[in-house]
Design a protein. Structure first.
Length: 202
C-alpha cells in the first residue's frame, strides 16, 4: 500500500538562473528545500537531454547526454574550474583549447556530477525526483546519425515515417511530433547476436 503523497512538476529549466535557462545549483537546492518545507514528496522533471530543434526536451541531440545548459556556473567557480570573472564575461561560445569532442565529453562529466549531487541532496531532504524519458529520439540526434539502420529512414537519412498520436481530447487533429520511428526488425536482429550492438546491424 502506498502512502498518500504529493509533489510538483517543474522542469529544471523553469528555475531562475543568472546564467541561462535553469540550473542544478543553489536555485535547484532552494526549490528542494521549498518542497520539503511544504511537505511534498515528489519533484517531477521533464527529460534532461541536450535539446535540439525548438529547444524541446523531447527533441534531444542524444538519448544519453545531459543538457549542458543546466550546468551551474557558480558550482564551476566553487570547484575551481572557472573564475568569477570568466562567468561574468560569459563568452561560452569561444572554442576551448582542447579538441571540441573532449570538451563535450567534459561537459557531460560536469552535467552528471551536478545532477547526481542534486539528486542526493533532494533524497536527503526526503524528496524523490521523478524523471521523464522520451520514447523517441530527434531526427538530427547522434543516435540516428550513428545508427541509421535502426530507424525507418529514406536514402538521404530523412524520416520515412514520423511519430505522433491520433486525435484525442488534447488535439482534435492529433499530433505530429516529427521523430523518426524505429526499425524494430533491425533491433530484433541486434538481439540475435551474442554481443548485441547497433554496429552489428550496419
Amino acid at each position: 500500500m502506498f502512502k498518500r503523497s504529493s509533489g510538483v512538476l517543474a522542469h529544471v529549466t523553469s528555475l531562475p538562473s543568472p546564467h541561462g535557462v535553469g540550473t542544478m545549483g543553489k536555485t535547484a537546492r532552494d526549490f528542494v528545500d521549498f518542497l520539503a518545507a511544504a511537505h511534498q514528496t515528489y519533484w517531477q522533471v521533464l527529460p534532461l537531454g541536450h535539446t535540439g530543434f525548438g529547444d524541446s526536451p523531447y527533441q534531444c541531440f542524444s538519448a544519453a547526454a545531459g543538457n549542458p545548459y543546466l550546468i551551474d556556473m557558480d558550482l564551476l567557480v566553487e570547484d575551481g574550474l572557472l573564475t568569477a570573472d570568466e562567468v561574468r564575461q560569459g563568452d561560452f561560445d569561444a572554442s576551448p583549447d582542447t579538441a571540441e569532442v573532449d570538451f563535450r565529453i567534459f561537459l557531460q562529466y560536469i552535467f552528471f556530477k551536478q545532477w547526481t549531487a542534486l539528486r542526493e541532496y533532494a533524497n536527503e531532504k526526503g524528496i524523490q525526483i521523478i524523471g521523464d524519458i522520451p520514447i523517441y529520439v530527434s531526427a538530427d540526434s547522434s543516435d540516428v546519425w550513428t545508427h541509421p539502420k535502426l530507424f525507418k529512414l529514406k536514402p538521404d537519412r530523412s524520416p520515412k515515417l514520423v511519430a505522433g498520436v491520433p486525435p484525442d481530447y488534447y488535439s482534435a487533429t492529433g499530433q505530429l511530433w516529427g521523430n523518426p520511428v524505429y526499425n524494430w526488425a533491425a533491433y530484433k536482429a541486434c538481439l540475435l547476436y551474442t554481443s548485441p550492438s547497433p554496429r552489428d546491424v550496419e
